[in-house]
Design a protein. Structure first.
Length: 316
């Protein structure tokens, strides 16, 4: 879906939890751990699998995408390297333009220049130069943000950074790329293992995003599926809460509620990871990956609550 208080420690989570121990293959009797795992699978039965993913750009493969490069965001000049504001403001408009060309003016320096100009000559042309200087860096920032969004929301351009899930009433779990030795293959295998239990998959815009990403990334990395899924919006394999509520055309109009958190607020559902949204995932994966795990678990909890609140109205 491309938008805590769970006391959950995922340290040491292994994707081999439900796999067959190589030591017990052949004619060996099942181990006690295997018997326990089998019992867990049986107890799950056909319980629904609630799931959500978060994605980031697959920068390792970006050279294959055929996209024009985006200029890097220019680093702001150090304030100590910038000319004295009073001296710059005392010059002509052309003098100020020349000074601005020599530096990538920091916002604080431009603020001071604008304040000095307002309290002095207050020339409209100088204010335009200051606004243009701000726009140069801002345009680069926006171009980078647009590229990150494109790469993060296109199945062939992204990679899965985190996956969260809950089977039936189980406490939501998550795996985050790079925590410990966790790889994207591990995330995909975790999904397919649980999807193979046969329960209905419940998601929020999963038909439009999460599942296509899972399919594409599985194909690229050679991760086998555990079952074939009927992707028709009204099929029985996947229950997409977003499509169930809004239909295949989605929610039209930017002022209408469509995001999971917006709906949670309107339906009186608590959001464990309040204050975090999908637009922050790219940065958080570099600064605080554990926060992404909290966020994806939170979305799974909210999804389950919304699904149960609407059950009996939009689906059986």
């Amino acid at each position: 879906m491309s938008d805590y208080d769970f006391e959950l420690d995922t340290t040491g989570v292994s994707l081999l939890d439900d796999d067959i121990d190589p030591a017990t293959t052949g004619n060996s009797a099942p181990s006690e751990s295997q018997a326990a795992k089998t019992a867990t699978h049986k107890s799950r039965g056909n319980a629904p699998l609630y799931f959500d993913i978060e994605t980031v750009p697959d920068v390792e493969r970006e050279h294959l995408f055929g996209l024009d490069p985006v200029p890097p965001v220019p680093a702001e000049s150090d304030l100590s390297a910038c000319p004295d504001v009073a001296q710059v403001a005392a010059g002509t408009a052309n003098d100020i333009k020349a000074a601005l060309r020599k530096i990538v003016a920091p916002s604080a320096w431009l603020d001071k220049l604008a304040e000095t100009e307002r309290s002095g000559k207050d020339r409209s042309g100088v204010h335009e130069l200051i606004a243009a200087a701000r726009e140069v860096r801002q345009r680069a920032i926006e171009a980078q943000a647009d590229r990150i969004k494109l790469l993060s929301t296109t199945p062939e351009f992204c990679k899965i950074a985190a996956i969260g899930w809950a089977v039936g009433n189980e406490v939501p779990c998550s795996l985050v790329l790079g925590e410990g030795d966790i790889t994207e293959r591990d995330l995909l295998e975790a999904f397919w293992e649980r999807a193979g239990d046969g329960g209905q998959l419940v998601c929020f815009n999963g038909l439009g995003f999460d599942l296509p990403v899972i399919f594409v990334r599985s194909a690229i990395l050679g991760v086998p599926s555990s079952r074939s899924l009927d992707m028709k919006p009204w099929g029985r394999d996947v229950l997409d809460v977003y499509f169930g509520r809004f239909g295949s055309r989605g929610s039209s109009g930017k002022d209408r509620p469509a995001r999971l958190k917006d709906l949670a607020r309107l339906y009186g559902i608590d959001v464990p990871a309040e204050g975090v949204d999908g637009s922050q995932v790219h940065e958080l994966m570099q600064t605080d990956p554990a926060k992404v795990g909290e966020y994806v678990r939170s979305d799974v909890e909210v999804l389950r609550s919304l699904h149960r609140k609407l059950s009996g109205y939009f689906w059986v």
